[in-house]
Design a protein around this ligand. Structure first.
Ligand code: ZN
Length: 465
C-alpha cells in the first residue's frame, strides 16, 4: 500500500523519522488514514513549547492592559511583532468606543454613624461632591420612589432586581443629589452602570454589612446625613485594537475556502494584571500561530487577539460586524481562549452560547478524547468573544476552566498562579482540533451553520445588577 506521500513529506519536513509501520497502514485506507492523521496530530502538538506561552504571559501581565490605554497599545505592539516574527502578515484593526477612567477619590461619610465605611465607585459613576439627608429608597424601583421626595437628598438603595444604572436614574429623576447602593451578598460590590449617561448623579457602593448597619439606624428612625465625593473619573472616546494574523491555505487550488478563527482578548480590567484573564489565551494564540505556521493546510486560519472585551465584547463585535458577507459565510469555527491556565481554577470546559454542541465542540471532544481518554465537556455560557461569532450563526465555543479562580478580575491575577500543565493540555486539544479540520486533505461536507443567537446580557449579570 502506498504511503500518503504528502504526509510523509510533511513528517520529513518536521524532521520526525519514526513514520508509521506498513502493517498498521495496511488495515484499510480509512483506518490507515486516521492513524496517519493522528500520528501527525501528535507531531503538531509536540511542537508546542509551553515555556513560550508561559513567558509571553509573564511579559504581558506586568501591568493591567485596559482597553484604550498606553498599556493596551504596548501589548498590541508586542503581539503584532510576535506574529510578524513567526512570518505572518498582520493587520491592526482600530476601533473607537466610550471608555471610563475610574476615579482617584471615592469618599463617603455619614453623620450619625460611627463605623468605618469603604465606599467603591461603579464603572461610569460620575464625579461630584454632594451631601444631603440619607433616605431609604428600597430597591430604587420606580413604584417604590413614586411617593418619595428625594430632592436634595441622598438615596439609600439595596442591590437587587433591577440594574444599578436604573436605580441611579430613578433616584436622580426624583431629585436625589447622590446615591448609595449596598450589596445584598457578602463582599464588596464592583458593579458597572453599563454606559456613560449625563443624567447620572454621583453613586457609590457599600458592602452588605456596611449597608445593613446604616439600614438598621434608618429603620430605627435615626436621621443620617451623607456626604459623598467622587473625583478624577472620566468617560470619553477611546481607541482600541484587534490584531489579526492570517495563514492562507497552502495551495489556492486545493483550498476548501473555509476559514477557522482562533482568538483571545488581550485587554484586562483596571487594576488586574490579567495573567490568566486573558494573557493566557493571548499567549496561547501566539504559540499556536507559531506551531501551525509551517503546517500545510487547505483551510485559512486567522489568529486574532481582540481589544475591549472587558468593555462589553467590543473588539470581537467590531470585527464580526465589519466582515464582508462572503467572509462571514466562510468562517466555519471560532475557538475562543479566555482564561486557560489558572492553577486555582477547575477543569476545562467548553461553553457555547446556546449550550448545544457545534463543529468546535465536536472537533475538540474528538481531540481531547485522543489526548486524555475522555471528551472535554461542554455547557451553556456567553460573556466572552465567542458570543460575537455565535450571534451571526458561526459555530463558536469558549475554552475556560470552571469554576474560575478566586483571583478573577483582581490584582492577584498574576503569573505565579499559572499552571504550565493546564496550558499544555488546552494547547494540545485546541491545536489538534484545528489541525483536524484544517489539514491538507479531502473536502469536508459544509458544516451546519448555527442558528443566529442573541446574547442576553453584554456583561456579567453580577456586574450590572
Ligand atoms: Zn476574559
Amino acid at each position: 500500500m502506498k504511503k500518503p506521500i504528502l504526509l510523509a513529506a510533511l513528517i520529513a519536513a518536521l524532521s520526525f523519522s519514526a513514520v508509521g509501520s506498513p502493517a498498521v497502514l495496511a488495515k484499510s485506507t480509512e483506518t490507515a488514514h486516521n492513524q496517519w492523521d493522528h500520528k501527525f496530530e501528535q507531531i503538531v502538538s509536540k511542537r508546542i513549547n509551553v515555556d513560550n506561552i508561559y513567558n509571553n504571559i509573564d511579559y504581558l501581565s506586568k501591568t493591567p492592559r485596559v482597553a484604550g490605554t498606553e498599556s493596551e497599545n504596548k501589548a498590541v505592539e508586542f503581539i503584532n511583532s510576535q506574529f510578524k516574527k513567526y512570518g505572518y502578515k498582520t493587520e491592526i484593526q482600530e476601533f473607537k468606543f466610550i471608555g471610563y477612567t475610574p476615579p482617584d477619590t471615592v469618599e463617603l461619610s455619614v453623620d450619625g454613624f460611627s463605623g468605618d465605611l469603604h465606599p467603591g465607585a461603579f464603572t461610569f459613576s460620575v464625579n461630584g461632591d454632594v451631601s444631603g439627608a440619607l433616605v431609604n429608597a428600597g430597591l430604587g424601583k420606580k413604584d417604590e420612589l413614586q411617593n418619595l421626595d428625594l430632592t436634595g437628598k441622598v438615596a439609600f438603595i439595596k442591590r437587587g432586581e433591577i440594574p444599578f444604572a436604573e436605580k441611579v436614574l430613578n433616584a436622580a429623576e426624583k431629585g436625589a443629589v447622590g446615591v448609595v447602593i449596598y450589596n445584598n451578598v457578602d463582599g464588596p460590590l464592583n458593579g458597572t452602570l453599563g454606559t456613560a449617561n449625563d443624567k447620572y448623579v454621583p453613586a457609590v457602593s457599600l458592602s452588605k454589612s456596611e449597608g445593613e448597619s446604616l439600614a438598621s439606624l434608618l429603620n430605627n428612625g435615626q436621621t443620617l446625613t451623607a456626604a459623598l465625593t467622587i473625583a478624577g473619573a472620566e468617560s470619553g472616546e477611546r481607541t482600541s485594537h484587534n490584531v489579526i494574523a492570517t495563514k492562507p491555505p497552502t495551495s489556492k487550488k486545493k483550498s476548501t475556502n473555509e476559514i477557522i478563527v482562533l482568538g483571545a482578548h488581550h485587554d484586562s480590567v483596571a487594576g488586574a494584571p490579567g495573567a490568566n484573564d486573558d494573557a493566557s489565551g493571548t499567549a496561547m494564540t501566539l504559540e499556536l500561530a507559531r506551531v501551525l505556521k509551517s503546517i500545510p493546510t487547505d483551510t485559512e486560519i486567522r489568529f486574532i487577539t481582540f481589544g475591549a472585551e472587558e468593555e462589553g465584547l467590543l473588539g470581537s463585535r467590531h470585527y464580526v460586524n465589519n466582515l464582508p458577507e462572503d467572509q462571514l459565510n466562510r468562517i466555519v469555527a471560532n475557538f475562543n481562549l479566555d482564561m486557560v491556565g489558572s492553577k486555582d481554577a477547575g477543569d476545562l470546559i467548553m461553553l457555547t452560547l446556546d449550550g448545544k454542541p457545534n463543529l468546535v465542540t465536536e472537533l475538540a471532544q474528538a481531540s481531547s478524547t485522543r489526548f486524555n481518554g475522555q471528551p472535554t465537556p461542554y455547557a451553556q455560557g456567553g460573556r466572552s468573544d465567542h458570543v460575537a461569532f455565535a450571534e451571526v450563526g458561526i459555530p463558536a465555543a469558549l475554552f475556560i476552566h470552571d469554576p474560575v479562580e478566586p483571583w478573577y478580575h483582581t490584582p492577584d491575577d498574576t503569573i505565579d498562579k499559572i499552571s504550565k500543565e493546564k496550558l499544555q493540555d488546552v494547547a494540545e486539544i485546541v491545536s489538534a482540533a484545528i489541525y483536524d479540520r484544517a489539514k491538507y486533505d479531502i473536502k469536508w461536507p459544509k458544516p451546519k451553520k448555527s442558528k443566529k443567537q442573541k446574547a442576553e446580557e453584554l456583561y456579567y449579570e453580577q456586574s450590572i445588577k
